[in-house]
Design a binder for this molecule. Structure first.
Ligand SMILES: CC(C)(COP(=O)(O)OP(=O)(O)OC[C@H]1O[C@@H](n2cnc3c(N)ncnc32)[C@H](O)[C@@H]1OP(=O)(O)O)[C@@H](O)C(=O)NCCC(=O)NCCS
Length: 177
């Protein structure tokens, strides 16, 4: 995350730039947990400290953001977000991973999503926020819909999940500037 990225405070979570110290065994474990990466192409590879460090380094000198999601109650790391910014097109594509399945369904993902989107929507250099997921990822679709995004496009039977072809659904929200 660029040095000028602020710490963002939501109702349940705090968002701050992901740093080298956040590459913990717990974080690597999320990426290697089939439940967490069920709908992600990350499931086709194995992650370790080295691959995570290389991924973190890819954000340096870029306009993109890599975010650590911390639970406000105890500052525990519970997930990550990414925001890939296209400065020429004034768009940003956002992703989220709430890492531990034990903390799913308690509103943390929605609060993290709303908090980062509010900050992005306020930026004068961003006019459109996008995100996508597989149609089987109901939680992710609810989360996008509840943040005011609407379905924009669908790639039919684009990827295979557990033996079944699934559509990728693309959501978007304009920032009205
Ligand atoms: C998708 C994800 C971010 C949701 O985070 P979360 O903290 O569990 O979500 P919240 O508790 O804030 O809930 C947001 C909404 O999704 C719903 N939801 C969450 N998980 C769900 C599930 N497995 N099935 C159905 N609905 C679900 C919640 O009920 C809520 O909607 P509602 O209030 O209308 O009921 C989280 O499950 C996750 O990170 N999963 C693994 C990685 C992933 O799939 N990321 C997205 C890749 S595109």
């Amino acid at each position: 995350m660029p040095a000028n990225a602020p710490v963002l405070v939501g109702k349940l979570v705090t968002l701050r730039p992901f740093g080298a110290e956040d590459i913990t065994d717990q974080y690597i474990g999320w990426l290697n947990d089939p439940r967490v990466v069920r709908f992600s192409n990350q499931r086709f590879r194995r992650h370790d400290a080295e691959s995570c460090a290389a991924y973190l380094a890819s954000f340096q000198h870029s306009a993109n953001h890599f975010v650590s999601i911390r639970r406000r109650a105890d500052d525990k790391a519970i997930g990550t977000m990414t925001a890939y910014v296209s400065l020429p097109h004034q768009t940003v594509d956002v992703g989220i991973m709430v890492g531990a399945p034990e903390v799913w369904g308690q509103g943390y993902g929605q609060d993290a999503w709303n908090t980062l989107l509010a900050w992005l929507a306020d930026r004068a250099d961003i006019r459109k926020i996008t995100a996508g997921t597989l149609e089987g990822n109901i939680g992710m679709q609810r989360l996008m819909q509840r943040s005011g995004m609407t379905l924009e496009a669908r790639r039919v039977a684009q990827e295979i999940v557990e033996g079944q072809p699934q559509d990728i659904v693309y959501y978007a929200r304009f920032t009205d500037r």
